[in-house]
Design a protein around this ligand. Structure first.
Ligand code: GLN
Ligand code: ZN
Length: 757
């Protein structure tokens, strides 16, 4: 036995087969049978990949047609009232995606990943009862394919913790209602085989849990571990350390504990207790959420140090988390530079790493086959090449970073804003937008054709300029005061910059599931970052040349670029972010030197990068604020810096936002009326703010009256001198027919309010 383990495998399919069949089913082009057939084929393929690689503990029920939290809600029969008349797949997809008369359940980010889960809705009056069909069927399906799986389920503490109460009140009040269903589930599972391993995912254990929540762990796991005597329970957590919960779990009759040693080094602090408990430790040492090749020699060292405390007999080697967060296989990356490709490892390649690491660790080098020895040698060489390759290490960048003397721009906010107001002469309640305008089929088509080389650069640029012309003309005609160019040349706000920065890589097929059938293909930062030439100046100055009004330059900020990429793991994130900031800083300077007077540096994903543990928040904020400020440090006093953040929980971070010291921030708020703005007022936020005055997430056109009402409610919170008027972000996802009348109404509303004031 080589004692290795994989927490979970991606499911969307290496050619996005699941995505395709789901979308075709949803649009009525195929029936549900086709979905289940594809799903079965994928499950089988994924099990076989793991088996062929020599993985011993392979999961079932890690597969899902939409989301595992949703699956668990179905298992517990936690079905909101509005869906209760539906059954089977109709019910399932209605919960995920909504129906004409029943809005979809909410979706939110899975910890600090870019995966989104469906938020279960619970209520005291619910009757939970077991529906174990999917779990049982999937186990049998694997067994029929000759694979005895461990069964993955989401644990009760995490399930409750990530749910919401529709009848208000605390989710944990439902603890005693759901635990019996979990017990019953384990009982059903126990009938499947002589012994069954059940992996219970409790990622919530990596958060700072209140004593009240911690106090539920022991009773829960005493019960679950005793539910059936032929079940071995492994409780796993990931993305951080979970020391508080681990201490408690060690005193319950579970079989094993799975810990992340890649993203939660503090887990090392608890090894002695684990050793003393005699529990099995599933050691997550191969990164489940990044794309870098494991450094096998370094991992051996880590394992040896663990073994000093926890003996080999107690250890199993695993991925740090489910491999759901990595793309499938390098096989399809045929266009990638071979040197760079050789540093990477996607899910399938990680399986081989786990197998090799465990064989080396448990059985020793001598037992490796010739082929395995060659693999090990290749791994060593790849890691050596990465440490020294000129593709990665750029002396000039390193020199510049270590010699930064100025991290902040000149002038205090008070001083700057006075100059800007005088010079730029914008009014109170100035109207603007967040940057993008509708991405028409023609624009997308032109971008694609240019990428494929089917149209010339000249032709492409002309098409973009035509778009900009129309976009500027519309904004002028509509009466918007501060204009934008509309971002037609950008496919994505990070990819656009990544493509122009040195040190950034792109995959052809590096898809990762984001939610449901949606996937993203994050770019990756492999080397020192620099900007060979200006990235936006031509477009913005062209747009400015078409109008006498102020044209706002549009950039993506360093923290957002960092948070939406796979980041190199051979350098601190804070140092990578500093390099990006310098590149943006140069762009800001070039823009202002080209005559651009306002520049927006979007930090849409600022909040997303927050650490899971409070103890680490300060370190994150320190570098995130530092690097935002660094990225605009070249701005002269008279250059007005805007930033933008999407809808988020601003309460905890408002002071941090203020410290970023942007002259103007626009925020996505329309869904929350003036509530979000109150958070700004409460702390005496001093810079200017542009709260979204209407929600752009629906095709609905807001009336003048309702925008007037919204502006008045904003004016109750902040004075007119401090307010800008703009819609929420994301106009690129709408159609011109929706955007035009909406913005006209917005401008009209401002006119009415201004006259009345
Ligand atoms: N400037 C971007 C846009 O308007 C901002 C996107 C975002 O907020 N995520 O599309
Ligand atoms: Zn936004």
């Amino acid at each position: 036995m080589s004692k290795n383990y994989v927490l979970g495998f991606p499911r969307i399919g290496e050619q996005r087969e699941l995505k395709k069949v789901l979308e075709s089913y949803w649009s009525g082009k195929c029936d549900f049978n086709e979905v289940t057939t594809t799903a079965s084929r994928l499950k089988k393929r994924h099990w076989e990949y793991q088996k062929d690689a020599g993985i011993e503990f392979i999961s079932s029920n890690d597969f899902s047609l939409y989301d595992n939290m949703l699956d668990m809600a179905i298992t517990l029969n936690a079905i909101p009232k509005r869906f209760q008349a539906l059954k089977d797949e109709e019910l399932y997809f209605a919960m995920a995606r909504g129906k004409q008369d029943a809005v979809a359940m909410e979706m939110t980010k899975w910890f600090n990943t870019n995966y989104h889960y469906i938020v279960p809705e619970l209520s005291l009056e619910d009757n939970y009862k077991l529906n174990a069909t999917k779990i049982i069927e999937e186990y049998k399906e694997a067994k029929a394919a000759n694979i005895k799986t461990k069964i993955n389920i989401i644990g009760p503490i995490t399930f409750l913790g990530l749910s919401k109460r529709v009848d208000r009140g605390d989710v944990y009040e439902l603890y005693s209602k759901i635990i019996p269903v979990y017990e019953q589930l384990l009982h059903e599972i126990s009938k499947l085989d002589d012994t069954v391993v059940v992996q219970i995912d409790e990622p919530i254990f990596v958060k700072d849990l209140e004593p009240k929540v911690l106090s539920l762990i022991k009773p829960a796991y005493d019960k679950l571990a005793n539910a059936a005597n032929n079940i071995k329970i492994a409780v796993v957590s990931y993305f951080e350390h979970s020391n508080e919960a681990t201490k408690i779990l060690l005193n319950t009759p579970i079989w094993a504990i799975g810990l992340d040693f890649v993203h939660g080094k503090e887990n090392l602090d608890i090894l002695e207790l684990i050793a003393a408990s005699n529990k099995t430790l599933i050691a997550g040492v191969v990164d489940g959420r990044n794309i870098w090749k494991n450094d096998i020699l370094a991992t051996q060292e880590l394992l040896k140090s663990i073994e000093q405390t926890v003996p080999k007999e107690q250890l199993i080697i695993s991925s740090s988390s489910s491999l759901l967060h990595t793309p499938y296989t390098l096989k399809y990356e045929v266009n990638m530079n071979n040197e760079i490709k050789n540093w990477l490892s996607y899910a399938v390649e990680k399986l081989d790493e786990i197998a090799l690491i465990s064989k080396l660790f448990f059985k020793g080098f001598e037992t490796l086959s010739t082929n395995e020895k060659a693999l090990l040698q290749a791994n060593k060489e790849a890691n050596t090449s990465r440490r020294s390759s000129p593709l990665i290490h750029d002396k000039a960048v390193q020199h510049r970073v270590s010699n930064i003397s100025e991290f902040t721009r000149e002038g205090s906010y008070e001083e700057r804003i006075k100059i800007q107001k005088e010079l730029l002469g914008y009014k109170e309640l100035t109207t603007t937008t967040i940057g993008s305008f509708p991405q028409t089929p023609e624009v997308r088509h032109a971008r694609r054709e240019f990428k494929n080389g089917t149209i010339t650069k000249e032709r492409y640029e002309q098409e973009m300029k035509n778009y900009i012309d129309e976009c500027v003309a519309f904004q002028e005609e509509c009466g918007i005061e501060v204009l934008v160019h509309g971002e037609p040349e950008r496919n994505d706000m990070v990819e656009y910059f990544g493509e122009q920065l040195k040190g950034y890589g792109f995959s052809q097929n590096g898809w990762v599931q984001s939610y449901g059938s949606r996937c993203v293909k994050p770019p990756f930062i492999y080397g020192d970052i620099s900007r060979p030439k200006p990235m936006t100046v031509d477009w913005i100055t062209y747009a400015q040349s078409k109008t006498d009004r102020i044209m706002k330059g549009m950039l993506t900020g360093p923290v957002t670029i960092l948070n939406w990429s796979f980041v190199r793991d051979d350098m601190k994130r804070a140092d990578v972010s500093k390099q990006i900031a310098l590149a943006i800083c140069d762009e800001v300077d070039d823009l202002q030197n080209a005559g651009i007077k306002m520049i927006q540096v979007d930090e849409a994903a600022f909040k997303e990068g927050y650490p899971l543990r409070k103890a680490k928040v300060e370190a994150y904020e320190d570098f995130a604020v530092r690097d935002f400020k660094l990225s605009v440090s070249s701005a002269r006093k008279e250059t007005q810096i805007h930033t933008h953040m999407c809808y988020s929980e601003f309460n905890d971070i408002i002071q941090t936002i203020e410290a970023m010291d942007a002259d103007v921030i626009s925020i996505e708020t329309a869904r929350s009326g003036n509530e979000l703005l109150k958070i700004f007022a409460k702390v005496g936020y001093k810079q200017e703010v542009g709260p979204g005055v209407y929600d752009i997430h629906s095709p609905r056109i807001p009336s003048v009256e309702e925008i007037v009402t919204q502006i008045y409610s904003l004016l109750q919170v902040l004075p007119k001198e401090q307010l800008w008027i703009n819609p929420d972000c994301g106009l690129k996802t709408r159609k011109w027919e929706e955007v035009k009348p909406s913005l006209k109404n917005m401008v009209e509303a401002v006119k009415i309010v201004r006259e009345a004031l």
